[in-house]
Design a protein around this ligand. Sequence first.
Ligand code: AMP
Length: 344
Amino acid sequence: MPHSLLVVGSIAFDTIRTPFGEAPEVLGGSATYFSVAASFFSPVRLVGVVGEDFPQEYIKVLADRRIDTAGLQCVAGGRTFRWRGSYQGAMNEATTEDVQLNVFGDFRPTLPGRWRGTKVVFLANGSPVTQGAVLDQVTGPALVVADTMNLWIDTARPALIALLARVDGLVLNDGEARMLAAEDNLLAAAHKVLGLGPRFVVIKKGEHGAILVSREVAGKPAALPRGVSAAGVPLAACSQCVTPGALADKPPVAPDTVRIAVLPAFPSTAVRDPTGAGDSFAGGALGYLAGRGRYDFSTLVRALAYGTVTASFTIEDFGLRRLDRLTRTEIDARLGQYRAMLKV
Ligand code: AMP
């Protein structure tokens, strides 16, 4: 049975520069990319904040899809979040040139009452304090997945680590995983992150795809509850492990309790703007999962394949342009090509 899906994160004006051109002040943000991508698979409940400068026509772009904007706050007299970034060379990583948090900085989300029972929750890139405030308002979710980035690992590590004991999954890129775990080897970093509570971690590697590492109990795929260590020890006391050193000292998860899937990126020569790749990867994946209403390992792998393919469209044009004209038929056709490519 399909489950309801909610996302909280940034809604932004992005200014983007890549070797293929520039896009000034276009609609972006982690929650925006996520919602648009997920809407190909499932209706979406969007929680976010914008300022008075946010045009009504952008709200219509979202509402015209299956995106419910009842959780969108508009701050009178406020300015919308702004991000300016550029990409060079293989464009694997954005260089952030400017971030103006504006109304997103002190955003305290309030969920419409009827959304409190949402089953699948995605905490898109944003302050872990804001992410946690959303979780405080949700009762009995089936799946909670968080994204994060270097800014929050740097400036809000204690809140981020406390949050990890409350989520089922964490999505982050390779550099961030190494930074969070203070560990260069990616698999070892994943084990350390799993030691903090999530049942699975997805590490994104840009043009090199993604790796899923999941804690499993033999014969019971993906049955571990969030916030419990591989040894079955509750991690509720995780506020004790809030210093960077404490994370480095935590014992990694025993390798034999872990399952791994490695997913390449969909190969393409048409990469123009990678902005939103990570969020549309997550949107495709969680949209698919919510649509299925099941979260076992093999459904998770299929979901990540959908996420990979959805993101491969996002990066073909600037901002949201390619997702705007994308169809589910195109996604399914490319998934077919992707699966054929993986027959080894
Ligand atoms: P990605 O999917 O990783 O390429 O994310 C791109 C989006 O993240 C852009 O549309 C930005 O507006 C947004 N973004 C950048 N920095 C932040 C931040 N510190 N917090 C939340 N969202 C951000």
